[in-house]
Design a protein around this ligand. Sequence first.
Ligand code: GDP
Length: 440
Amino acid sequence: MLDGLKNSLGDAIKKIVKSSGIDEELIKELSKDVQRALLQSDVNVRLVLEITKRLEERALDETPPPGLSRKDHIVKILYDELSKLLGNESDFDFKPDKQNKIILLGIQGSGKTTVASKLAKFLTRQGHKVGVIGADTYRPGALVQLRTMCEKSNVEVYGEENNKDSPSIVKNGLKHFEGEPLDVILIDTAGRHKEEQDLLDEMDRINKVTDPDLALLVIDGTIGQQCFSQAEAFHKTIPVGGVIITKLDSSAKGGGALAASAATGAQIMYIGTGERIDDLEKFSPTRFVGRLLGMGDIQAILDLAKRLENEGDDVRMKRISSGKMNMDDFFYQLEEVTKVGSLKGLLDSMPGFSGMVKNDQLDQMEDRVSKWRYIIQSMTKDEKADPDLINSSRIKRIARGSGWPEGEVKELLKNYKNSKSMMKASKGRQMQGTLRKMGL
Ligand code: GDP
């Protein structure tokens, strides 16, 4: 599946791993390789540029945690960013003691009927009791196809050969299954009409009759980034709760299809990977990207990074709370509190603090942190470990190196010292201290 993308990303990573040293030129080359690979897989140009810009910035700016090589760190950044491009993981949230109704939407040929049969088997295997309603009255043979495929997994299919009115079939089907001990009812709908508007109207009527727990949109992955407009069009008629992308086995545009669907904000829940009934997989962006990049290689890097992250945090927190904070620790804390939403979310959830932090104050803080990032980057390793070394001639040099006036360097040092002494006085209450020192 997605062999082209896999090979080209694999080649790009090999270049990094085999290089004798990492420099800006190599990172730019990696970025270009990734761009080429994603564009060939029909990922939208804007998304490609966004992701490779972040890749370059992070690869150049971020210092790998101690113990993780620069090369591994860059591979991990690529893994993180590609996973982000594909959205979050999500699964069915069936409510107990009721028949959960799922409508399958999608245009003709997208693989809807196949997906209905595949899902029926998949969910049955998980121990659910499933019933199916075949309401695709437009495509000849859809009902027979559904019955044949579901027969093997002993799933009952309700359909009416001589009725052309889908909403009434759905209504009758729901009545038929009423009282049966089913957890899930899957409803296959038509994917085509003479006029597009007729199709959307019918979806609307079926939606009203069904009152579904979930509308699942089935999209053919071979259409690549066009998935975006297709998903949007359906979403306007029925709120789409999840997406299934099919035919990823036979599409060179699979990357584009996945990225475009995720960009609509819809969750990709499952992917179709072949014509056989078992060719359906639960979709996990991280696992998927892991496979693309060669899971065996990436897993070791991820495990190591996770271990180091935890160890690093423990050591750091001990150092901070014992009053031995260095400049890196100080900056780490600042970055933690300015992480998007974290400070505002935290304060909003505390009684009496709700709404206290205004967005412009947050912006000011972020400005400050980004200024200070440059200043700290202009310090030597020794200066960061022991900021007391920083005398007036060093302040001059740091100011010159960072491009900010001496006054700003002094301001940073003052804040660092205040924070450190407060940390000594009130162990573990670094958050409040940092806030107060930031003028909040
Ligand atoms: P519908 O019109 O949306 O109900 O589409 P169908 O379920 O009849 O599927 C249309 C065609 O796509 C059929 O020939 C299926 O066998 C094929 N198909 C469906 N899903 C997949 C898939 O994941 N991979 C491949 N290669 N073919 C698929």
